[in-house]
Design a protein around this ligand. Sequence first.
Ligand code: MG
Ligand code: MG
Length: 274
Amino acid sequence: MIHIRSNEEIELIRKSALMVTATLTEVANFLKPGIKTISIDNMAEAFIRDNGGIPSFKGYNGFKYSLCISVNEVVVHGFPSDYELKDGDIISVDCGVYMNGYHGDHAYTFAVGDVNPEVLKLMRVTKESLMRGIAQAHANNRVGDISYAVEQWTAKEHGYGVVRELVGHGVGKKLHEDPQVPNYGRRGDGKRLKEGIVLAIEPMINLGTREVYTLEDGWTVVTADGKPSVHYEHTTAVRKNSGEALSNFAPIEAAERANKELNTGHLEPVAATA
Ligand code: MG
Ligand code: MG
């Protein structure tokens, strides 16, 4: 069953989604080569609880952590661990927060230090595909219009692999609700969108093959060819003329830029004097 949310409910979902934005902004401030991914999880859980939220993922189907942290060839559902981030890694951080009876669900892929330009391009194109998908999330469109927009920009225009085994979803009182939102599909297919539906739109895009498999731990999804994968996600309200992202990349991006300048010691050159 697909829920239609009132504006009051959407504002509560926005609060949860923006708490995830704040958490991912803390992650952006914290990231540098040498830190363990479990430290990021510990920091995020403390931040969420200090701000009155509950980490949605902790305990979900037995998942033990507050964040999914997926490094390089891990697509999604990676476990935080003692792995120390290295210069050139990418990490996809997926986070859910439950507050006031509603979930927000939101993910971002970060570059650690100097990342290969080919991978930076994959990140940029995947983020753009999310925005193109959100633009299609308006009343009287269908789920397939979102799916088509994401696939068109990533697979058709840029030759990337679109993961099919995992999909976006409705989000609200439960973390995962109807409908499913695949990142591939045909225009005009699927359920009709109505104002007030709230969706987690989340392209998972691979540099190489779209084929993935799950490790024996039952969670960690990796690319079949070992090449990197990228994941961006916004909690999105269906509106009259376009989708509206309820979560927000701008504070995360600003923290990313500030952190990069701090870690590279980049300063304006000073003119020499005689
Ligand atoms: Mg998520
Ligand atoms: Mg999700």
